[in-house]
Design a protein around this ligand. Structure first.
Ligand SMILES: CC(=O)N[C@H]1[C@@H](OP(=O)(O)OP(=O)(O)OC[C@H]2O[C@@H](n3ccc(=O)[nH]c3=O)[C@H](O)[C@@H]2O)O[C@H](CO)[C@@H](O)[C@@H]1O[C@H](C)C(=O)N[C@@H](C)C(=O)N[C@H](CCC(=O)O)C(=O)O
Ligand SMILES: Nc1ncnc2c1ncn2[C@@H]1O[C@H](COP(=O)(O)OP(=O)(O)OP(=O)(O)O)[C@@H](O)[C@H]1O
Ligand SMILES: N[C@H](CCC[C@H](N)C(=O)O)C(=O)O
Ligand SMILES: [Mg+2]
Length: 484
């Protein structure tokens, strides 16, 4: 494709060099550049991509998109823009031929529940006979085909490429998680969502967004680029968003008067049962994921699918077909007198929801094994400690993904929270040993919650060292079983 075609409609401040050249590939990482490419200079948190323009050109880049001048050979075209991330998103869309133009996209944002809601929506749409693309934390999927996912919401170049693959494979709809990082960093700029879904907003990511207000503003952006909105109005932020929405609005909730709601809720150790009310009918729903939060996730999915015109019978059948979501309140088949549940709770609110749910049905104690991720919001650590202490009978404080931090330093920040409660605890830095301790001390009827790592199959240590760590395998090994 010619560079001038890619620049159609892009706000450019100045161009140096020819725009009549062919562009064969696009990159934001100089290490990956191939001949005939266009390179985007991104000013990052660690590096400035402008410093790598020379390397990109040495590898064959013919043009660069940049904000400030850098010395490059004469033949290289320089396209100056105000915001290289925004230009990258819009140019990527053009490069891949506007792949999502005719595919409805459902975007799900919120602190907790995004992955779960996207899985539920996929199941409902599939029940309605659609081929669905899914983009999110656990994996990206095209129908049943699984593709690896590095981030919750991919960088714009990678996202548009994924849309293209989905278009080529004939998907009828795309459902994706839209993280606050992606909204701030313009990874989804230029994407037109058919429905924007909001789950909830509680504390997380204050390392990145600085304040809760800034975090909320980032999430709000999704609704400026969504034709319709499906919003949880039991959540305070949801109510704020609902007031500002311009297009068709669908509200859901339990405690307030919403268009989509649930009544007669029954929560068991296996799941939830409730009467779902949509504007055009109602039905009893049985979902195989426990916890009141699962009712909210089901309402979010039902509301989004109703907005898309999916009939109630598909909504019911789609929700009921979901057997569980990897690493989300996943009960392991341990064959022990105590239960072991793996869950991805890594925020105060997520942990509270999961532990409350475990409390509701435990016949013994709730034993919680948890830590907090390194290089992430440190202010959530004592709060998670307090939540764990409040809802557990025993806590084992351990490591999550320490990344570049000292694991014991993270644990020291969790302890003051636990100490605010009367809950007894031990500290076992090594996560495998911590899990072993929990299994050795489990008694009949106890529920052991392994929180924070969910579906993850690795642990991230210093200098991005990634070691295999799949909690299902760890538990199986510790119990001397093939599989759990
Ligand atoms: C905080 C954050 O989101 N950072 C993203 C950001 O990284 P950065 O600003 O640090 O980039 P950088 O390393 O400084 O590099 C700047 C530029 O120079 C380029 N470069 C760098 C080195 C080199 O040799 N050559 C080169 O060209 C880089 O490719 C980049 O374009 O821009 C990079 C390129 O787009 C992203 O890969 C990176 O995501 C990192 C990996 C990340 O961990 N992000 C997490 C926090 C994240 O996005 N999480 C959310 C989920 C959160 C949730 O809701 O739970 C997600 O959507 O996944
Ligand atoms: N609606 C909800 N409200 C509160 N907590 C929830 C809700 N849904 C799930 N959780 C808790 O949060 C954890 C993460 O859920 P899920 O993976 O669906 O969220 P997410 O928003 O995709 O998270 P991430 O931001 O890491 O991608 C679950 O394991 C559970 O503990
Ligand atoms: N998307 C979240 C996942 C956190 C998972 C937890 N295991 C951790 O590493 O903190 C994040 O990147 O903050
Ligand atoms: Mg997710």
């Amino acid at each position: 494709m010619l560079l001038k075609e890619l620049l159609n409609g892009i706000q450019v401040s100045r161009i140096e060099g020819s725009i009549d050249k062919r562009i064969d590939a696009i990159y934001y990482d100089s290490r990956k550049v191939t001949p005939g490419a266009l390179f985007f200079c991104i000013e990052g948190f660690r590096f400035d991509g402008h410093d790598f323009a020379g390397e990109a050109v040495a590898k064959g880049a013919q043009a660069v998109v940049l904000r400030k001048d850098v010395p490059l050979p004469q033949y290289v075209t320089k396209v100056f823009v105000e915001d290289t991330r925004l230009a990258m998103a819009l140019i990527s869309r053009a490069f891949y031929g506007y792949p999502a133009r005719n595919i409805p996209i459902i975007g799900v944002t919120g602190t907790n529940g995004k992955t779960t809601v996207t899985y539920l929506i996929k199941s409902i749409l599939e029940d309605a006979g659609k081929k669905v693309g899914l983009i999110g934390t656990i994996a990206n999927m095209i129908g049943p085909k699984m593709l690896p996912a590095e981030r919750t919401t991919p960088e714009s170049v990678d996202l548009q490429k994924l849309f293209k693959d989905m278009q080529d494979e004939g998907v009828d709809a795309i459902v994706m998680e839209v993280s606050s990082h992606s909204l701030s960093l313009k990874r989804v700029a230029g994407v037109e969502f058919e429905v924007g879904v909001f789950t909830n907003l509680t504390q997380d990511h204050l390392d990145f967004h600085n304040t809760l207000e800034e975090y909320r503003e980032a999430k709000a952006k999704l609704f400026l680029q969504s034709r319709q909105a499906a919003i949880n109005i039991d959540d305070e932020t949801g109510r704020m968003f609902a007031e500002k929405v311009q297009g068709p609005l669908w509200t859901y909730g339990i405690s307030r008067t919403a268009q989509v709601f649930a009544r007669d809720i029954e929560i068991t150790s296996k799941g939830v049962l409730f009467q779902l009310f949509l504007p055009d009918g109602s039905s009893m729903i049985s979902l195989n994921i426990p916890g009141l939060f699962s009712v909210y996730n089901a309402l979010a999915a039902a509301t989004a699918c109703h907005a898309l015109g999916v009939p109630l019978h598909n909504i019911r059948a789609g929700l009921e077909k979901v057997k569980g979501i990897p690493g989300r309140f996943e009960l392991l088949n341990t064959g022990t007198e105590y239960s072991v549940i793996i869950d991805y709770a890594h925020t105060p609110d997520g942990l509270e929801n999961v532990l409350k749910t475990a409390r509701d049905f435990t016949k013994g104690r709730v034993i919680t094994v948890f830590g907090c991720g390194g290089d992430r919001d440190p202010s959530k650590r004592p709060i998670m400690g307090e939540v764990a202490g409040r809802y557990s009978d025993f806590c084992i404080i351990t490591s999550d993904n320490p990344r570049n931090e000292d694991p014991m330093a993270i644990i020291q920040q969790i302890i003051p929270g636990v100490k605010k409660t009367a809950c007894p605890y031990v500290v076992i830095e090594d996560r495998r040993e911590a899990i072993a301790y929990a299994l050795n001390h489990g008694r009949a009827g106890d529920v052991i919650i392994l929180a924070g790592k969910g579906h993850e199959t690795y642990q991230i240590l210093k200098n991005n060292q990634v070691i295999p760590f799949d909690e299902r395998e760890v538990v199986a090994e510790l119990l001397g079983k093939e599989k759990v």
